[in-house]
Ligand binder design. Structure first.
Ligand code: ZN
Length: 100
């Protein structure tokens, strides 16, 4: 089992394999708000899937939050769009005003 930390924020993450055979990084601590049902199969591999109405969470599964939802270095993108450009604009205006 891989125990590599997140490449972006270097926090410990848990690598799981989804039913589609893809790798999904989740936060190592179970989280009721997560949408990944995580369990360990007979070989010790950590598996994950998305619980559904037909296949709800079972007794041996725990909900985990996918790490992409909590990674501080990835969540940055959608925060405060335009905040930096505004600051740059006002700085430019300030500089322009001081110019003789
Ligand atoms: Zn991260």
């Amino acid at each position: 089992m891989k125990r590599l930390p997140c490449r972006d924020c270097h926090r410990p993450i848990l690598w799981t394999t989804t039913e589609a055979g893809k790798r999904l990084a989740v936060d190592p601590e179970p989280n009721e708000l997560g949408n990944a049902a995580v369990w360990r199969d007979g070989t010790g591999a950590v598996r994950s899937r998305r619980p559904s109405a037909e296949l709800p969470l079972t007794g041996w599964e725990r909900l985990h939050m996918p790490h992409v939802a909590t990674c501080p270095n990835r969540v940055q993108q959608p925060t405060l769009p335009g905040a930096l450009p505004d600051g740059v604009t006002s700085l430019d205006a300030h500089r322009r005003k001081k110019r003789p």
